[in-house]
Design a protein around this ligand. Structure first.
Ligand code: FAD
Length: 465
């Protein structure tokens, strides 16, 4: 039987499981599921839109028999190629898994399906006075399943932590179709190995998440924002340390001077020409607590030798201050048509060293490089601008990325704080993890998925097994 015939038979079997109307095979439809946030393209052979855990389980039994790759896809907003079928096969789109099954207000938990959009859950919880904190910038379109598979984080991680801190339990379909439940719906629970945590950040390589039990918090009802113009990057990081010694802000973001230069003419307020770094700080909580925190922060800033600071006491004013940060990415494309965006992490105190290193990278490789990100937790977005059609620039950018990763490891950091490894960073895994660690991780993968059906070609370097 040739490949086309086999594909036809498998597609028929898939249609029997999910219904013909929930299978896509036309080129136009396949193209829509061939890309993600990285700009790479890999065409799947078919896309299925299952409607229940049982259907997914039957699809996996079929995949196990016929040995075809299955790649789960949430919203396809991933930044490392996680949802791309790099070895062909079936894309399993989770768009029909969008039910909020239960919100238990008394115990502050939600039970949801993985296709629910992060921002939608937040909107539903708000009138109930509840809150799901992880806030990736993509929250208006990314799914909770994708968030768990990547362990997504956002600006509020410095106070509230990241996705893994809110996942209590999961229902998961394994590579051979078995369905398991992990964790529990109570805040505490230590029965057996913590399989829930193993699935968090597993990038769709160990199982397909079909149901999530998540922890919620009471909704903070007030927030005040500060934008601080600093004389130097070391001054900014020095302030970050001192602020974190006395307060617990919900965001503590920074922009370096190259990022500031990109946006300074687009802002609704003037910036001093001497501004070498910006800090965006937000405190939240009850109105009384926010008032006290803001007074403490203002008092502290008044005693520092900063260039200036502004304060926003309501959302409209805060949005004006946030424009500085939000304008950076769009403005960057005036420099070059393409961007390599890395989300490395270094210990907070090492941020100035890393920013200086990125300035050297820009000079050495003759490409624009700028940084911004989460100063409170050391998670820095390093952006290398290039024209991918220009072969020399592409080579230089790849060299710069490699050098960046080496430097991050030298500074005791980690290659990814939010975006995961996918296929874009897999070859760099040995820079951070020892061979025995990688070997053990591969053994875990083999135990869960002996035939490498789930999301093959991700996380692990291809050339070593
Ligand atoms: C403009 C923009 C801003 C962003 N900002 C942030 C940010 O601030 N912080 C951040 O962390 N990320 C950010 N991202 C990256 C991305 O949004 C996150 O990684 C997000 O978690 C991906 O969710 P998704 O639904 O798009 O998943 P996809 O991209 O579809 O998939 C991501 C991975 O999850 C797996 N997966 C999806 N659903 C399941 C499931 N049900 N079971 C098992 N595996 C599954 C996929 O196989 C894949 O490996 C940003 C992306 C963009 C485009």
């Amino acid at each position: 039987m040739d490949r086309d015939e086999k594909r036809k038979i498998i597609t028929e079997k898939l249609a029997e499981i999910v219904g013909r109307e929930h299978i896509a095979t036309s080129r136009e439809e396949l193209l829509s599921y061939s890309y993600d946030g990285t700009g790479q393209e890999f065409l799947p052979e078919a896309v299925a839109f299952p409607g229940s855990t049982d259907e997914i389980s039957r699809i996996m039994v079929l995949a196990d028999q016929e040995k075809f790759p299955v790649v789960v896809r949430g919203a396809g907003s991933g930044m490392t190629g996680g949802s791309l079928p790099v070895k062909g096969g079936l894309v399993l789109a989770m768009s029909r898994f969008k039910r909020i099954i239960e919100i238990d207000q008394a115990n502050q938990i939600a039970i949801v399906e993985p296709g629910v959009i992060n921002g939608h859950l937040r909107d539903v919880l708000k009138p109930m006075g509840l809150f799901y904190p992880p806030d990736p910038a993509s929250l208006n379109f990314c799914t909770l399943g994708g968030n768990i598979a990547e362990c997504a984080g956002g600006p509020s991680a410095v106070k509230y932590g990241v996705t893994r801190d809110y996942v209590l339990g999961l229902e998961v379909v394994l590579a051979d179709g078995r369905v398991i439940e992990t964790g529990c719906r109570t805040a505490k629970g230590v029965v057996g190995y913590d399989l829930t945590r193993l699935f968090v950040g597993s990038e769709g390589t160990l199982g397909i998440i079909t149901r999530i039990i998540m922890k919620l918090l009471p909704l903070p009802t007030a927030a005040i924002t500060f934008l601080v113009c600093c004389r130097s990057m070391p001054q900014a990081t020095g302030l970050v340390r001192l602020i974190l010694e006395q307060l617990q802000p919900r965001t503590l973001e920074f922009m370096d001077k190259t990022a500031i230069a990109l946006v300074k003419n687009r802002l609704p307020f003037a910036l001093s020409a001497e501004t070498a770094a910006i800090l965006l700080i937000e405190v939240d909580g009850s109105p009384v607590s926010v008032k006290n925190q803001a007074a403490q922060l203002a008092d502290f800033l008044d005693r520092q030798d900063v260039l200036s600071y502004q304060r926003a006491d309501n959302r409209t004013e805060a949005d004006l201050l946030w424009q500085a940060r939000r304008a950076v990415s769009p403005a960057a494309f005036a420099l070059r048509p393409d961007k390599i965006s890395e989300d490395v992490v270094v210990p907070r105190s090492k941020i100035p060293e890393l920013v200086t290193f990125t300035e050297e990278l820009a000079r050495k490789h003759n490409l624009p490089v700028f940084t911004f990100g989460h100063a409170g937790d050391g998670n820095i977005h390093v952006n290398i601008m290039l024209d991918k059609k220009n072969k020399d620039e592409l080579e230089q950018a790849e060299e710069a990325k490699k050098a960046l990763f080496r430097e991050v490891i030298r500074l005791s950091g980690t290659l990814s704080g939010e975006h995961g490894i996918g296929n874009t960073k897999s070859r760099f895994l040995p820079l951070e993890l020892g061979s025995e660690t990688i070997k053990l991780m591969r053994q875990i993968k083999k135990l869960f998925d002996p035939h490498d059906i789930l999301n093959p070609g991700k996380i692990f370097p291809e050339d070593q097994s």
